[in-house]
Design a protein around this ligand. Structure first.
Ligand code: AMP
Length: 415
């Protein structure tokens, strides 16, 4: 694999898989351009070397069909502004040969949403998995995906993958395309390199104590990472909505709090595993409960396992926040994924804020802190603390899979 920092792009056409899957409002205006800004170091290096850029990305879930709501033409101007140069646009990513051939050094071409073609994701469409013909359809789609990737590759001399957000997917543009380039002409972009390094810091270079904080609404979506972390961490804080699945599993009364009734045994098993492995498992002991799921709900502080009927736990209580701080502040490695409460409601941000502020303190004391996953990133942004932690990851699913120890197809493909 080539290294972007050592590569000279002069006179080369580089096709770069970026993650421009940015959120848009109802008028098609970008509401958060973090992902575009994240790709700039790579894109600017290529242009500064005298290379030309072919940018490809997905946006939303158009499910293999053309849908103007997800057209990347909507962000063309924003990309141009961010790069400080004009951006050409091709409305069909399979018909860009001419436009690519005409690109001169320093010029930029943006391709239309890759997911307007089912070949990008490579899943057979319009056929049920139970259908006997499904296996044949899958094989056929794999072939089509290879050809789709080959066409994209034909536009360029070099392939750069800088889309960490989709690195856990084996899609045409994130992995399959790499087979069409020699090892010296494919590489990770700067953003990907940084993300991979941040995960390495967490997994390979653990300074202790290591505290992982997992929050969010459900146990089910985090179970893989929780089990993987169990072998690595000293402290494991499980917070947010999953608190109440644990409380109920242990015989607690949780009112109308969010709960996964089919995960009660799993919760008990996690408690058992933590004991066996000597992990300090920290679960909420008290909570801020509301009488409805709204910012204006009436609130009480009560034990997380004794919530009155008709009330629901929406945030961590004061004793719980103190327990979080006690574990986090002396830590030397910290991973945070998922809020400790319904942080979108201003009246239920205290738990998440306590975590964020404790992480900042630990970071000031020399800890390496990684915050990742959409909602925890939104939290640190909301509290204005994004610059005070060691690293804020752009990846949600990709980050979790990397930390679970899985090899990301988007990284493996260029290595
Ligand atoms: P996830 O997508 O699983 O990471 O969950 C993130 C979501 O969990 C956020 O939208 C939070 O509002 C939500 N959440 C956190 N704590 C609670 C809670 N106690 N009850 C309901 N939702 C919660």
């Amino acid at each position: 694999m080539a290294k972007i920092e050592n590569y000279n792009f002069a006179g080369k056409k580089a096709i770069v898989r970026v993650d421009f899957n940015v959120p848009l409002d109802e008028n098609g205006h970008i509401t958060d351009d973090t992902r575009i800004r994240g790709a700039l170091p790579t894109l600017k290096k290529i242009l500064a070397d005298g290379g030309s850029l072919i940018l490809m990305s997905h946006m939303g879930k158009p499910k293999g069909k053309v849908n103007p709501k997800f057209s990347l033409s909507q962000i063309r101007e924003d990309v141009a502004k961010a790069l400080g140069t004009d951006v050409k646009f091709v409305p069909d990513c399979m018909k860009a040969s001419e436009a690519a051939a005409e690109l001169k050094p320093g010029e930029v071409l943006l391709l239309e949403n890759l997911r307007f073609y089912p070949e990008e994701e490579g899943k057979p469409v319009g056929i049920d998995k139970a259908d006997p013909a499904y296996e044949d359809a899958k094989k056929d789609m794999k072939e089509r995906q290879k050809n789709f990737a080959k066409q994209l590759a034909s536009y360029a001399d070099v392939y750069v993958n800088d889309a960490f957000g989709t690195a856990h997917r084996k899609h045409a543009s994130t992995a399959v395309i790499a087979d069409n380039f020699a090892p010296e002409n494919k590489m990770l972009g700067f953003l990907m390199e940084k993300e991979v390094q941040a995960v390495d810091n967490i997994l390979k270079d653990i300074k202790r104590p290591f505290t992982a904080i997992m929050g969010g609404s459900k146990v089910s979506t985090k179970i893989g990472i929780i089990e993987n972390l169990m072998d690595k961490v000293d402290n494991l804080i499980l917070c947010g909505g999953m608190t109440y699945t644990f409380a109920k599993a242990q015989g607690g009364k949780i009112g109308i709090s969010i709960c996964e009734d089919d995960k009660l045994d799993l919760a008990l098993d996690i408690i058992k595993q933590a004991k066996e492995k000597g992990v300090n498992l920290i679960l909420g002991t008290d909570c801020v409960a509301g009488d409805s799921f709204s910012n204006d709900a009436k609130t009480i502080i009560c034990p997380s396992n004794d919530i009155p009927d008709g009330w629901e736990g929406l945030d961590a209580g004061p004793k719980t926040r103190e327990a979080f701080e006690k574990a986090i502040i002396p830590s030397k490695t910290i991973l945070w994924n998922g809020p400790a409460g319904v942080f979108e409601f201003d009246n239920f941000t205290a738990g998440s804020r306590a975590i964020a502020e404790a992480i900042v303190k630990a970071t000031e004391n020399g800890a390496f802190s990684l915050v990742g996953g959409g909602d925890s990133v939104a939290c640190v942004n909301k509290f204005g603390l994004a610059d005070s932690v060691s690293y804020v990851s752009t990846g949600g699913g990709a980050l979790l899979e990397a930390i679970e120890g899985k090899v990301l197809p988007g990284v493996a493909a260029v290595q």
